[in-house]
Write a protein that binds this ligand. Structure first.
Ligand SMILES: Nc1ncnc2c1ncn2[C@@H]1O[C@H](COP(=O)(O)OP(=O)(O)OP(=O)(O)O)[C@@H](O)[C@H]1O
Length: 358
């Protein structure tokens, strides 16, 4: 088996594709929470029960070679080193919860890394579908296909009145979380986010950081998802989220145009200062790196920086996380050592990108 295949590159194959509005929406995700009626739910289950769930799902799905996922690989959390799990989280392929807290956690991962089935997470089964850009409909279709395939092998806990039953009451019904990872630097610079983000909460949506629940929103990157899972269809949830995200994209574009019209020089100065710091610093912490990468990404989107591809920033966002830095260093690093390695890695990548473009 090759866990290495998933750790080799920071950028997943699905991330390399071009999705809609990819300059503003980095990625879309659909997650479905499912449980099996025959087993105690993970929150209350003993180690033995969790083991029985893992075995049952593995026997039911593992033997099929994951045909619905295309060259899938079943990976057990207990067989992985802490840093390997961390890297899978950094690539968004598994959730922090599965990596850190799960008893007999497993994941069935598709070859292009766009589909995962997490086992013994907060629920018995969590299906995840990821796509580059603003592609919620495609994610929903892909997640539904996997859901049908899983359901043809296992019996879900389903109530005719409430829908899918889940560990946390907030997921009962569709069991679905639809989300986008969105980059809103111009709305942040024009100080409109303080007004917009609370309004998004009032519309029944949740704003989180890039690593999900409890994570900090860094680099003007926000994860926006639905709060409500009950009393609406999957399509309604996606439509409502899409409506709000479309408006956000429009507002971000208006703010970018306004900055270009009224403060072009200041904006250019900020972008190139950040580029200069990234290309020349010897110590940089993750907060500053993410902030500067956000400025450079905006500079690329606005055409100020021409010889750097936007995708290199996605790659750097992941490569400069602790797990990847430690894998490259082949040792555990202190925060100070990570700041040094991070700076070196960013310098090298930007230099390489520059040389290749010349
Ligand atoms: N649109 C997205 N693109 C890429 N990764 C995402 C996206 N949305 C969420 N993720 C990733 O999924 C992981 C889990 O996120 P989060 O905690 O928000 O959701 P969840 O575990 O499905 O929800 P819940 O809190 O209901 O259990 C995180 O690592 C996060 O980075």
């Amino acid at each position: 088996m090759s866990l290495d295949r998933f750790l080799k590159n920071a950028i997943s194959p699905w991330m390399k594709k071009d999705g809609s509005d990819a300059d503003i929406v980095l990625s879309s995700r659909i997650r479905l929470a499912r449980n099996m009626s025959a087993f105690t739910f993970p929150m209350l289950s003993s180690k033995e029960e969790a083991y029985a769930v893992a075995k049952h799902v593995k026997d039911a799905l593992g033997g099929t070679q994951g045909e619905a996922l295309g060259k899938a690989e079943m990976l057990a959390m207990e067989d992985m080193r802490t840093n390997d799990k961390r890297m899978l989280v950094e690539k968004h392929l598994i959730s922090p919860h599965l990596a850190e807290q799960s008893k007999y956690g497993m994941v069935l991962l598709s070859g292009d890394e766009s589909l995962s089935i997490m086992i013994n997470e907060e629920d018995h089964i969590r299906i995840q579908s990821l796509s580059a850009g603003f592609e919620l409909e495609n994610c929903l279709q892909a997640a539904n296909a996997v859901d049908d395939w899983v359901e043809s092998h296992l019996t879900y806990a389903y109530d005719s009145q409430y829908g899918y039953l889940t560990s946390c009451p907030t997921n009962v019904g569709t069991g679905m979380r639809a989300s986008v990872m969105i980059h809103l630097p111009a709305l942040a610079m024009t100080r409109q986010l303080q007004r917009i983000l609370p309004a998004i909460n009032q519309l029944g949506l949740v704003v989180r950081g890039i690593y999900g629940e409890g994570s900090e929103a860094l680099g003007n990157l926000f994860q926006i998802s639905n709060q409500i899972t009950l009393g609406k269809t999957e399509q309604d949830i996606v439509d409502d989220l899409q409506g709000v995200v479309k408006q956000l994209i429009r507002q971000e574009r208006v703010a970018r145009d306004s900055l270009l019209q009224h403060s072009k020089l200041e904006l250019k100065d900020r972008v190139f200062r950040s580029y200069g710091i990234l290309a020349n610093s010897y110590i940089i912490d993750s907060k500053e790196a993410t902030r500067r990468l956000s400025d450079v990404r905006l500079g690329i989107d606005l055409g100020f920086i021409e010889n750097t591809a936007g995708k290199i920033l996605d790659e750097l966002m992941i490569l400069t996380q602790p797990g990847f830095l430690q894998q490259y260093a082949k040792t555990v690093l202190t925060p100070e050592q990570r700041d040094e390695r991070r700076a070196a890695l960013i310098r090298e990548r930007l230099k390489l990108e520059h040389e290749t473009a010349d």
